[in-house]
Design a protein around this ligand. Structure first.
Ligand SMILES: Cc1ncc(C[n+]2csc(CCOP(=O)(O)OP(=O)(O)O)c2C)c(N)n1
Length: 571
């Protein structure tokens, strides 16, 4: 037996997950946990300037590495502030462990008029996969392992434990072996695998297809199945695209790459959806990003849908073959079945034609990038960024309309190199994610490309970056407005002028000066040709930096399709 403080037991029980960081904002009731973390040989506590941003950083840990993100929040407002980051983990299926403190057990559940009371168990229930309050310190290892089982099994996501201060601080007796359990002891590590008949049915359809389209969602990256996905695309000579969470599953320079898989993914992708006769969707849940009004896929296409979450299969789009399985297990088996029956890849004029359509779409964007106006065109800036950032860059794409340009002009060469946040589409995630990326990959250059509106949500984390010596670089498409919303209001017939801007205007802020105020490097750029030298100075500064690029708002060509996403697609 071993006698430990509850906070210490909490940390030890999650130890087998090889957690790199605990993120949070300090609070007295979290003390025992943070004390244990400070003495841990490999875990580092990262103090942010807002719990919501700390939770965003924690959610990035899984997106960037597959490891577990951990975040803490003090009882009451500290816990309440966690909501934005928990929502991101929940909406994007990212395992994360959230720990909140609470008042004395005797004064909680129900609360007894203490200061800083909040029923975080109820508040977080709809945005976590599972949560519980710890009512008895002796159950900490069991509850942590159960939480981790929930976080990683089936549809992955965030889990939460609420721990009263006397349990966090109090000493309890534990069996030592409770802390040496490896993950395989409390959660399944492999599978589930597909059945033989499912594999045969999928291979039959794919081999018989004239115009096969392969779609990769985030589960391909999470399962480590990128090579299997690419191998199947090559073996079938199929068109391939990846969603924002699966971005990079097919390299952007692969001849079968036809654009990003979403409603505004461009002519190549939309044409492939219209014309494909068989679609293999691996871990994409056909959210509104892929569904448009109804579905983007033609009604006669036959769908093979692989997902580890049985509930995602056939939910919005009818399937011909549904396979509830781990992406890697399923793709390995389908690859073997295809190789056994079709050892050489077929010639496919359709895939070549799609390539031409995609390149012509790219040509339109490149033409826009040549525009030279008094105020910079966003395509000109996005192009300058795309050709200037180092090849090994890790980039978060934040902002509203800005993400359209970023995705097209800085496409993903590999998974876990470009980071969107499609699930919540929460503005401001970019800087916290860039900070987490730099912590996880200190040797790689890390960027946050964002809108000016988005940056305002979390820019105080420039302080965290400077305190911790993390030279992340934020590049702002500063159109002095909540750009895409302003466009929407204009289209809806709102009359602008004479002081009426409906809250869409954001002119007058000097983001370079803000960066300097936080102890970082800041510059303003007004012409696309000035971007690269500014970037070089930012890199050379060795400081967290902000390059405030003044652009005008111009609707991206994909905007024509954007409204389809907001349609309920019902009836
Ligand atoms: C936290 C949050 N609040 C509000 C919104 C709604 N919203 C979506 S896009 C947008 C405007 C984004 O402006 P900006 O970041 O400057 O990018 P731009 O569209 O100008 O490129 C807003 C307010 C949101 N997605 N997230």
């Amino acid at each position: 037996m071993i006698r430990l403080a509850g906070g210490d037991a909490l940390l030890r029980a999650m130890g087998a997950e090889r957690i790199p960081f605990v993120f949070g904002v300090v609070g007295g009731k979290l003390g025992a946990f943070l004390h244990a973390a400070s003495r841990h040989p490999t875990i580092r506590y990262i103090g942010a300037r807002h719990e919501g941003n700390a939770a965003m950083m924690a959610s990035c840990v899984n997106a960037a590495t597959g490891q577990l993100g951990v975040v803490v929040g003090e009882c009451g407002s500290g816990g309440g502030n966690l909501v934005p980051g928990i929502a991101i983990a929940n909406a994007n299926n990212l395992p994360m462990l959230v720990v909140t403190s609470n008042n004395q057990h005797a004064a909680s559940y129900p609360a007894r008029g203490m200061f800083a009371e909040m029923d975080t168990e109820s508040v977080f229930r709809p945005i976590t996969k599972w949560n519980a309050a710890v009512h008895d310190g002796r159950r900490i290892p069991e509850l942590v392992h159960r939480a981790l089982n929930e976080a990683f099994t089936g549809r992955p996501g965030p889990v939460h434990l609420d721990v009263p201060q006397d349990i966090m601080r109090g000493a309890f007796d534990y069996e030592e072996r409770a802390f040496s359990a490896q993950p395989a002891a409390y959660r399944p590590i492999f599978g589930p695998a597909p059945t033989a008949s499912q594999v045969t049915a999928a291979a039959d359809l794919l081999i018989g297809a004239k115009r096969p389209l392969l779609l990769a969602g985030g589960g391909v990256t999470a399962a480590g199945a990128t090579e299997n996905f690419r191998a199947l695309a090559a073996a079938l000579n199929a068109a391939a695209a990846a969603t924002q969470m699966g971005n990079g599953s097919i390299a952007s320079d692969d001849p079968r790459f036809i654009g990003l898989a979403w409603v505004c993914g461009g002519d190549g992708f939309l044409r492939a959806c219209r014309e494909a006769d068989v679609v293999l969707a691996v871990c994409c849940r056909f959210s509104s990003w892929l569904r448009g009004d109804g579905t983007l896929l033609n009604a006669d296409a036959r769908l093979v849908h692989i997902d580890i979450d049985a509930h995602a299969i056939g939910k919005y789009v009818p399937v011909t073959v549904g396979i509830c399985a781990d992406a890697k297990c399923a793709l390995e088996a389908i690859n073997a079945a295809v190789a056994a029956r079709r050892p050489t890849a077929p010639r496919r004029d359709w895939v070549q034609e799609l390539g031409i359509t995609y390149r012509s779409y790219r040509g339109t964007l490149d033409k826009l990038a040549e525009t030279r106006d008094a105020v910079m065109h966003p395509a000109a800036l996005a192009h300058a960024i795309g050709v200037s950032l180092p090849a090994d860059a890790l980039i978060a794409f934040d902002g509203g309309h800005t993400t359209f340009w970023s995705n097209d002009f800085t496409p993903a060469p590999a998974p876990r190199t470009r980071f969107n946040e499609p699930g919540m589409s929460q503005l401001g995630f970019g800087l916290p994610w860039a900070i987490a990326l730099k912590l996880l990959h200190p040797a790689r250059p890390v960027f946050n490309i964002t809108g000016d509106g988005a940056f305002g949500f979390t820019l105080q984390e420039l302080d965290t970056a400077r305190r911790l010596g993390l030279p992340v670089i934020t590049i702002i498409h500063n159109n002095a407005s909540w750009g895409v919303i302003k466009l929407g209001f204009e289209k809806a017939g709102f009359e602008f002028g004479a002081g009426a801007d409906y809250g869409t205007g954001l002119a007058g802020t000097d983001y370079a000066a803000i960066a300097k105020g936080f102890g970082g490097h800041g510059e303003t750029v007004e012409r696309s040709e000035d971007f690269k030298p500014a970037l070089q100075r930012a890199l050379a500064s060795g400081l967290p930096a902000v390059i405030d690029c003044r652009v005008r708002f111009v609707p991206h060509p994909g905007m024509a399709h954007f409204a389809r996403m907001s349609s309920a697609g019902v009836g």
